[in-house]
Design a protein around this ligand. Structure first.
Ligand code: CA
Length: 240
């Protein structure tokens, strides 16, 4: 397809996952490097400066969480966590520690490519005023500068906190934002444990902007983790 888009480093000791990544990404223009241990991964990351690092949370020599903390000190690219179901709580810790996103094993090709696209878009936008001021998702338009939201051209009236919540998600479309991150950004650091606020405001927000609030397409729940605002281009069709 396209010429090399991004350099990827996968720090993952599971051979099957490594082989899956190689097969899934073949022909998509990514340059893929493999490491099987934390030590080897950190060495390769330092030497090759990959755009995106995929980090398995269960590595043989050190914990993936330590690798993320170490990487965050000098790695400027994105970090995507690869976690097993048994590492659900570590996944949230990893995101709060600076990982950008996660994939829960087993994951499909569609989901992998969608996460990589989101990470690449954020890397391009970082430090540049590249995010559009108005985000259009179907008939929904979110104008972050004018504090204005419309659906099919009609104004949607949001409270200041509802708008702030929507804006935090809209500023990083496609990316998962944890409960703690949302509570800190919208309500302040004293409220990071007040998850019920988030549930109440999210419900109100969905009622105003989702075509079917019971089956939200724009503001998606990541169970036990947080929420993400999904652009149509990043939607992953069906269970894969
Ligand atoms: Ca592992």
């Amino acid at each position: 397809m396209s010429p090399a888009r991004s350099g990827l480093l996968a720090i993952e000791d599971d051979r099957r996952i490594q082989e899956f990544l190689a097969a899934a990404l073949a022909g998509h223009g990514y340059e893929l490097l493999h490491a099987e241990t934390a030590a080897q991964g950190l060495r390769l990351a330092n030497a090759n400066k990959p755009d995106i690092v995929l980090v398995d949370l269960g590595l043989p020599d050190r914990s993936g969480l330590e690798v993320i903390a170490e990487l965050r000190r000098w790695h400027r690219g994105a970090i995507i966590v690869l976690s097993a179901r048994s590492q659900e709580s570590d996944k949230v810790v990893a995101l709060d520690a600076g990982a950008d996103d996660y994939l829960t094993k087993p994951f499909g090709i569609g989901e992998l490519l969608a996460r990589l696209r989101v990470a690449e878009r954020h890397l391009r936008a970082r430090g540049v005023d590249a995010l559009p001021k108005t985000l259009e998702i179907g008939d929904l338009a979110i104008n972050l500068e004018a504090y204005r939201v419309t659906r099919a051209g009609a104004d949607v009236h949001l409270t200041p906190l509802e708008f702030k919540l929507l804006a935090v998600l809209a500023q990083q479309p496609g990316r998962v934002v944890t409960h703690r991150q949302l509570l800190r950004e919208v309500w302040g650091s004293a409220y990071v444990e007040s998850a019920h606020y988030l549930r109440i405001y999210m419900r109100a927000l969905r009622r105003k902007i989702e075509a079917d609030p019971a089956r939200p397409r724009v503001l998606q729940t990541e169970v036990g983790v947080g929420y993400r605002l999904v652009l149509p281009a990043d939607a992953v069709a069906g269970p894969d």
